[in-house]
Design a protein around this ligand. Structure first.
Ligand SMILES: *Cc1c(COP(=O)(O)O)cnc(C)c1O
Length: 469
């Protein structure tokens, strides 16, 4: 399996190189040169398999022989042993033909753990095999950071610098990052928004001398391996609910488009997925795109679902690549225009194709809170604000032909206790496994949003133990 860049000019790479590289050298994102196929027999055979066994079968073709089968199975088993009760993606019926897929049983209480725990193991394995080390830089709107730090802490061959927008993540989210105290972990609290942080990370990758000096790598959702890990639960849910004989639809609370793109990948691999509802909060650039065919940037509004407070969904580039017939030059041209003018449109054809599969939906904070309250009143269940945006969207876009609608429940309600309490009157308890979070020591560095300041800070830290390539 080879990987190609969405902008068409970076070299093709194998899986282990894509894992370590993150962003392609032409500024694009790596995607598989072709989609591996799951036949009807493959899907039938998965119905009785465990999550980890399905993960192995889905992931193996993407690895393309760069990791031995036994090692891969070991990496998967260790990654998901960190999930409470070994449950990675259990389905829970909430009535009205809607199910939740609970993705928050990992160490940091959000779906990002599903990919990140696997990524930590993959990095460790590949770096050891190569005898090298890397510096990971990432931007987080909250959940990525903690998941990455938990997955990478105390691994000798990695340093992690995590940028978060100061004052714009919840207290629980912040503490889940700043209480990871390890020599290889650096939390940077940046003046600015999440998009500013993401731009800074991109700028570091585009600064070639800096990038080479530190052997930079990414764990953001631009890293292909994260998307790959997320494909698994779409396949797993589909076979639980009768694929390949029955179709399924998903509603995905969306920010960077990483999670929903993984669902799109499952569909390309042969899983019978009828529809994706792309659920946004007031930062509704994607909902507007799917309603009009025009991508138009607005300013970021803070909401009670902060992990979706994003205007530029970086993973959308992967879908755009397919929408534009895998023409890298056209992607580069379109995104340059977007940078310059804050808007772009796609052709009628491309838009029509996107509309066959994707529906956008937008719910503001008032509607989100109402949904949290409604579900609590109806069945006594508390959901987090991101999940609530998804539930609101799923309920307003019902399947009329009996196709099950699965909403990705992306965070545990206790990760956003203030918003959940405000909406429902009930304060969700932190699960016992993260019990003393609010009492642990915190460590973070306040820093301006200037690229030079951040690069200098990273330059000034002690170098990697083994020399960077
Ligand atoms: C990251 C995140 C999202 C958005 O996922 P994307 O892959 O960025 O679209 C939604 N909900 C929660 C809780 C998250 O942490």
């Amino acid at each position: 399996m080879r990987y190609i860049s969405t902008r068409g000019t970076a070299p093709d790479l194998a899986f282990d190189e894509v894992l370590l590289t993150g962003l392609a050298r032409d500024g694009g994102l790596y995607v598989p040169a072709e989609w591996p196929q799951l036949s009807a027999d493959d899907l039938h055979s998965m119905a009785d398999k465990s999550y980890n066994e399905v993960a192995f079968q889905v992931i193996k073709p993407f690895i393309g022989g760069t990791i031995d089968d036994a090692d891969l199975m070991g990496i998967i088993d260790r990654a998901y042993a960190t999930f409470e009760g070994g449950e990675v993606a259990p389905l829970v019926d909430i009535g009205g033909g809607v199910m939740l897929m609970e993705q928050f049983h990992g160490p940091t209480l959000a779906f990002k753990d599903v990919a990140m725990q696997l990524l930590g193991g993959l990095f460790d394995h590949v770096l050891k095999a190569r005898g090298t080390s890397i510096t990971i830089v990432g931007a987080t709107s909250g959940d990525t950071g903690s998941a990455a730090l938990e997955a990478c802490r105390d691994k000798d061959a990695l340093r992690v610098f995590m940028l978060h927008p100061k004052g714009r993540v919840s207290e629980v989210q912040r503490r889940q990052m700043t209480t990871v105290i390890a020599d290889n972990v650096f939390n940077l609290a940046v003046e600015g928004t999440f998009d500013d942080c993401q731009d800074l990370v991109k700028a570091m990758f585009n600064d070639q001398p800096f990038r080479d000096r530190h052997n930079l790598s990414a764990v953001n959702s631009i890293n292909w391996a994260r998307v790959m890990a997320q494909i698994v639960y779409y396949v797993y849910a589909a076979v639980q609910l009768g694929a390949p004989d029955k179709a399924i639809s998903f509603t995905v609370p969306t920010g960077n488009f990483g999670n929903v793109f993984a669902g799109y990948a499952a569909k390309q691999m042969g899983v019978p997925i009828k529809k994706f509802v792309v659920a946004s909060n007031s930062n509704d650039i994607l909902a507007r795109f799917f309603a009009s065919g025009e991508m138009k940037m607005e300013t970021v509004l803070p909401t009670i679902s902060p992990s979706m407070d994003i205007q530029i969904s970086s993973n959308f580039e992967r879908l755009l690549f397919d929408m534009l017939g895998r023409d890298g030059a056209a992607v580069a041209e379109t995104l340059t225009r977007f940078r310059e003018t804050g808007a772009f449109s796609v052709s009628e054809d491309a838009y029509a194709k996107a509309q066959e599969l994707f529906v956008g939906a937008r719910y503001d904070d008032t509607q989100t809170k109402q949904t949290i309250k409604d579900l609590h009143d109806e069945i006594g269940m508390l959901i987090d604000p991101h999940t609530a945006v998804g539930v609101a969207a799923a309920r307003s876009t019902p399947e009329t032909d009996g196709t099950p609608m699965v909403v990705l429940a992306t965070a545990h309600p206790a990760k956003f206790p203030d918003a959940v309490e405000d909406a429902s009157g009930v304060r969700p308890d932190l699960p016992a496994r993260v019990g003393d979070l609010l009492d642990r020591e915190e460590k973070a560095i306040d820093i301006s949003g200037e690229l030079a300041a951040i690069e200098k800070y990273i330059d000034d830290q002690s170098p990697l133990k083994s020399g960077a390539a």
